[in-house]
Design a protein. Structure first.
Length: 316
């Protein structure tokens, strides 16, 4: 025998409220309508749901059993409503993102952590890649959003690009490096130190070559190539090597005091860090909320980075 789940919820409301009038008010129905529903249910079940002539209203054993199931249904409906509200509000669900390793580890990772503290029901699935690979992953639908440096005139077709931070690089070293203790430097002082080179297929490798050319260094010794941000920082800390890093990455490491920037002006890349997504796909609510969160974080961070760079690095 099929029983309408709404009728079971009605019984639970009547039993919990202790009467037809209060139960009807809970479910938003009139008392005559509720009375008719009870009579119909009793006729179909072949048993009474409330003892005849008893005041206050006294449910039968069958009624109590059915009301128990009604409460289960009501609780499930409430959980479903909450789940839908969380999802539609971008407070639950998934966001799949990928980006260039240095920026993801050095800047975005801490933002992901703070986002998930605020929205713990959103699962973040993150991977790495450079522009060509990220474009392919977006096009085939493996990721929802990419975070990487892009030239505005080189945005791949079919993608939207939202810049969030201008490209600004610095020459980086360990805080214990001999040059880090100097308030001003001559270019000749850095020429003999070894260099850490980013992966050859990364935009940052091009930036390294651009930066060194801009300060007149043509021949330089590479002591280490590739690696993650963690390995680069570790090697910097244990050697006198230098490297080129985005100033935003150095800025975000300031509390750990693991890396420092030298007061030397170098040529900056004509790229901007930004968000990429398919223009023909509507982002899921969680993806939209995460994107808005990242934009908001960078709107304040960009000002701090620019001011800090002017004060500490590009003043020279």
């Amino acid at each position: 025998m099929k029983i309408d789940p709404n009728h079971l919820q009605l019984l639970a409301a009547i039993v919990d409220a202790g009467g037809l009038s209060d139960g009807a008010r809970i479910v938003g129905k009139s008392q005559p309508s509720v009375s008719r529903t009870i009579m119909m249910m009793e006729a179909r079940l072949g048993s009474r749901l409330f003892e005849k002539g008893k005041r206050p209203l006294r449910p039968t054993e069958l009624c109590l059993s059915l009301a128990l199931q009604g409460r289960v249904i009501a609780e499930a409906a409430q959980r479903a409503e909450t789940a839908a509200d969380l999802y539609n509000g971008g407070k639950s669900g998934t966001a799949r993102l990928a980006g260039t390793p240095i920026f993801m580890d050095g800047v975005i990772a801490s933002m992901i952590a703070s986002f998930q503290t605020a929205f713990p029901e959103v699962a973040i699935h993150q991977s790495y890649g450079y522009l060509a690979d990220l474009t392919e992953q977006l096009n085939v639908g493996n990721i929802d959003i990419a975070i990487c440096p892009v030239r505005r005139d080189n945005v791949p077709p079919g993608l939207n690009f939202k810049p969030i931070l201008k490209g600004r690089n610095v020459i980086a070293c360990a805080p214990s490096h001999p040059l880090a203790r100097k308030s001003s430097l001559k270019l000749a002082e850095i020429a003999d130190f070894p260099w850490i080179a980013p992966p050859a297929d990364s935009p940052l490798y091009e930036d390294l070559l651009l930066a060194l050319r801009s300060i007149g260094i043509k021949d330089f010794k590479v002591s280490f190539t590739g690696g993650s941000l963690a390995s680069i920082v570790s090697i910097l800390g244990g050697s006198d090597a230098l490297t080129v890093l985005p100033f935003s990455v150095v800025f975000m490491q300031r509390h750990s005091k693991a890396v420092a920037s030298l007061p030397i002006k170098i040529e900056h890349p004509d790229r901007e860090l930004g968000l990429l997504w398919r223009e023909d796909r509507q982002p899921r609510p969680a993806v939209k909320r995460f994107s808005n969160y990242i934009e908001s974080e960078f709107s304040g961070l960009g000002q701090h980075i620019s001011q800090s760079g002017r004060d500490e690095v590009w003043r020279a």
